[in-house]
Design a protein around this ligand. Sequence first.
Ligand code: TRP
Ligand code: SF4
Length: 328
Amino acid sequence: MQNDKLTVSGMRPTGPLHLGHYFGVLKNWIALQQETEAYFFVADWHALTSDFADTTLIRHNIREMVTDWVAAGLDPERCVVFRQSLVRETAELSLLFSMITPVAWLERNPTYKEQQQQISGKDLGNAGFLCYPVLMAADILMYRPYGVPVGEDQLPHLELTREIARRFNSFYGATFPEPQALLTPAAKCPGLDGRKMSKSYYNGIFLSDSFEDIGKKVRGMFTDKARLRKSDPGNPGVCNLFPYHLLLSTDEEQAEVRAGCVSANLGCVDCKKLFLKNLKVFLTPLHERRILFTEKPGMAEEILAIGNEQARAAARATMADVREKMGL
Ligand code: TRP
Ligand code: SF4
């Protein structure tokens, strides 16, 4: 019923990936492809739940996201990379789950309530948006994984996945596992302006940014706002840049930055230079892997075509079982 070595996760193709995506989720995915049989998909149907009115960018965004994934280190030889909307069995499973899911479960989902309130300028009264977690349960349970690597924001959705699995099993017999979240230890990646790094605020450092653009962005980045001159002692605890040293600099460098900052021996300009140096070391192999995609147009599509075959084989097997159990 449960595959103890299998994990599944997905990401909506809404734009280029930034450092927050890398340290929050992708890094975890890259580790899991070594340790588990891992399925990763482009959640293009999920993107439609909120961005249904204008779909002109969807193909482009899918290609870019797969490029970002592989550049970051996902290896299609080691994991299954596929596109949600091409595993049509998922739509069938989602429909069947919608039969057994009380609307009240969906309405009380905290993410649903929050987004309805917070996202203005978009009409989120559509049924697809309310049913987001039902589709997500189908994405996940289709492959009967033990774990789902996600960010903390997805925990309510995963709880619903488990509840749907439990309810299905209670009606039709043991079929689905109750997968657990595989959380990445919280990595703090503030946006350049101090707000959350987000595609919509355009305040991020993207994995595909050129070093020239990154240099400009970093020079303009907020640090400790109270530190006006180099002779003022700074406070790494409130600095916007310091969390990046925790991710990219060695322990010794971190200690030096901390000491130099609080004693006013290290200025923000030099501190940023160190960060840029380490960021360059980190991003160079990613940029090199990207070149393959520019040299070979159609590479992302090829990767997805292979992954889709593998995902569909697994999905067909699950659906045969589900139809049988439900007497269809
Ligand atoms: N909801 C996820 C997000 O916004 C994307 C997603 C869709 C997903 N289906 C999934 C994640 C299944 C993990 C498993 O990031
Ligand atoms: Fe931040 Fe570095 Fe400036 Fe200190 S020296 S405030 S850590 S940028």
